[in-house]
Write a protein that binds this ligand. Sequence first.
Ligand code: ATP
Ligand code: MG
Length: 131
Amino acid sequence: MIKPDGVRRGLTSEILARIARKGYRVVGLKQMMISRQTAETHYGEHKERPFFGELVDFITGGPVVAIALEGNEAIAGWRAMMGATNPANAAPGTIRADFATTTGENVTHGSDSSESAERELGLFFAAGELL
Ligand code: ATP
Ligand code: MG
C-alpha cells in the first residue's frame, strides 16, 4: 500500500515504477479512502500500542493506493524494497530511506506474512476484483 503521505506527495508513479522494474505483476490496484473500521482491523495487531490512535488517524486521513502484487517471494521482496520501519534505519536505495524521514509517515505498507497478505487483500479488494 502507498500510504496517504506517499499519495499526497505525488510518489505513486515513482513507487509503481519501482514495482515494475523489480518485475512484480500488479494484479490489483486502486486509489481509495480507508474507513476507520477497516483501519482498526488492518492494524489490529497494534491496538494496545501508544501510537495506535495516531496511526489510524493517519491512514484514514487521505487516499491510499492499494496494490496487490504477485511474484517470486513477493512478500519478503516488497518488504526489502520498502526498507526498515524507521526510515533512519532503512538501507540506502529503499523506499523509506529515499522518501521518508519519520516512522509515523513512512510512505508504504507491506504485509508481513502470507496470512496477513490474505487477510489484508480481503480488506481492500472484493472477491473477483483481482486478476
Ligand atoms: P507496515 O505495517 O506499515 O508495513 P511495518 O510492518 O514496517 O510497517 P509495524 O511494526 O507493523 O511496521 O508498524 C506499523 C506502522 O505503525 C509503521 O509502519 C508505522 O507507520 C507505525 N509505527 C510503528 N511503530 C511506531 C512508533 N514507535 N511510533 C509511531 N508510529 C509507529
Ligand atoms: Mg506491519
